[in-house]
Design a protein around this ligand. Structure first.
Ligand code: TXE
Length: 459
């Protein structure tokens, strides 16, 4: 470990064992509970232990949230009173930004610079943003059926089960907590078993504000055990999940058994279309960010890169040149651009797509292997392949690493067709300074969000 790690570790000290937090209190460390080792992807060191919450602990956490909802002050407070607490949470997260960034970096492998400039800020901002949304939310009234007046009011739904992923734990789980509690709901959070550290700290910090006990509870553990127990618990009213598509389907099924509404944010294999009418320097920057930022692990990645034929050779050559210059390494070091992927199994999964690409006859453009400069840690070289066709697995399956699949197209209609020939539909990117091209692509690509001449703007 480098000096920076020593310095941070002395200053903040990683918890030896991460437990649940119920009613604002950490649960006791018990010898009988299942322990999951927490491994740093930076150097494969065992940095902490996670005590897996038993069924009875999940039950206690849901009961705490239930009691806080059914009988506690939180849902009965005025929006302004709740907003005051939400802003206290924003402030305390900001005050502890360095520690949160350290915990996220050591555990998830994201670069310190990226976490400090994006994720921690976003985490605080989520509490401000959703308190504003709640303060502006209003109901509706209907006057059509005289002399009756029908009024629709917005009410909190109850207890939320919030299940979070490992690729951006702080940013994504803070969004879940904030959007849930801003409206007067209470919750139980279960972060990914791979990345529990920053969120344990967040829940601890939340309890240093005036939040009533039981509004935010934390359980930990494996998805199939703790996660499943939480989703199917009869005391849960609504489920929110971000993660893999197949896991999302299982969770939706489970929630459905209890007739619980469920919000899912799942995977993507988004097309990033570069036309010959684009500002190619901007398109190049956006393409590099689109596939490699967050260590390549993001649902919003522009992972199918479609380049118009007449500019393809030049664009792809430049992309390869840029990819080779990317600094892969220790995410605590300021100059590092890509850190390790989150865990070993995931690294092996991403690497397995290099074999798949080879078997499919794809042409290796750059990377395609583990970064051998590092003896330990889950580092991958920025990787790109020229795919044989859009039907190939490297164009159809979410790989979720620093792994780009290139294709070319002749006219925009063909690019739109390729973009839509996918079972995903999360986002899409289009680079062009020609208005009719932009309008055609953005209106015809079937995805939730289309970015035009910019990557990843989500506000
Ligand atoms: O995530 P999972 P995995 C994609 C990405 C990745 C793939 C698999 O392609 O390779 O998903 O990742 C909890 N009941 N994304 O398997 O399983 C689990 O404990 C209740 C996309 O690591 O989706 C964790 O807290 N909970 C993505 C959370 O679900 C369950 C982000 C996510 O784990 C559960 C991450 C169950 N049965 C991966 N099974 C994005 N869209 O941003 C698992 N969990």
């Amino acid at each position: 470990m480098n000096n920076m790690y020593q310095e941070f570790n002395e200053k903040f000290q990683i918890k030896k064992c991460v437990t649940s937090i119920i009613n604002g209190e950490p649960t006791l460390i018990s010898k009988n509970e299942d322990i999951i080792p927490v491994i740093s992807p930076i150097n494969e060191i065992h940095i902490s232990d996670l005590q897996q919450s038993s069924n009875s602990e999940v039950d206690q956490a849901v009961s705490a949230a239930r009691e806080a909802f059914d009988n506690g002050p939180w849902p009965r407070m005025s929006v302004d009173e709740r907003k005051k607490v939400m802003l206290q949470i924003r402030d305390i997260l900001k005050e502890n930004a360095e520690e949160l960034a350290f915990l996220e970096c050591i555990n998830a492998g994201l670069t310190m610079e990226y976490i400090k400039s994006m994720h921690v800020i976003r985490a605080g901002w989520n509490f401000e943003f959703f308190s504003e949304v709640a303060s502006q939310a209003s109901g509706e009234s209907y006057t059509q059926t005289k002399p009756y007046l029908s009024i629709v009011t917005r009410e909190p739904i109850g207890v939320g089960a919030l299940i979070g992923p490992w690729n951006a734990p702080l940013a994504l789980c803070s969004m879940k907590i904030a959007s849930c509690i801003a409206f007067g709901n209470t919750c139980v959070l279960k972060p990914s078993e791979y990345t529990p550290l920053s969120l344990h700290k967040v829940v601890e910090l939340i309890h240093k504000t005036d939040i009533p006990k039981g509004v935010v509870n934390l359980v930990n553990g494996n998805g199939k055990i703790t996660g499943d127990a939480l989703v199917k618990h009869p005391g849960v009213d609504v489920v929110s999940f971000t993660g893999g598509t197949s896991t999302g389907a299982i969770i939706a099924g489970r929630a459905n058994e209890g007739l619980k509404p469920v919000a899912l944010e799942l995977g993507g294999k988004s097309a990033n279309i570069i036309t010959n009418s684009a500002n190619l320097d901007r398109a190049m920057d956006g393409t590099i960010l689109g596939i490699y930022s967050n260590n390549g692990q993001q649902c919003l990645a522009g992972s199918r890169i479609l380049v118009q034929e007449d500019i393809a050779n030049e664009f792809i050559d430049k992309f390869i040149e840029r990819s080779k210059k990317i600094r892969v390494g220790d995410p605590m070091v300021k100059s590092t651009e890509i850190g390790p992927v989150c865990h070993e199994e995931h690294m092996n999964r991403v690497l397995s797509y290099c074999d798949i690409a080879k078997n499919e006859g794809a042409e290796l453009l750059t990377g395609g292997e583990r970064d051998s400069l590092h003896e330990k840690g889950f580092y991958l070289k920025p990787t790109a392949y020229m795919a044989k066709s859009n039907e190939s697995r490297i164009c159809q399956e979410e790989i979720f690493g620093p792994f780009a699949s290139f294709l070319t197209f002749k006219e925009i209609d063909e690019a739109i067709h390729i973009a839509n020939s996918s079972s995903f539909g999360l986002v899409g990117y289009i680079w062009s300074d020609n208005l009719p091209t932009v309008m055609k692509a953005s209106q015809n690509i079937r995805a939730g969000t289309i970015w035009v001449n910019t990557p990843m703007t989500r506000n």
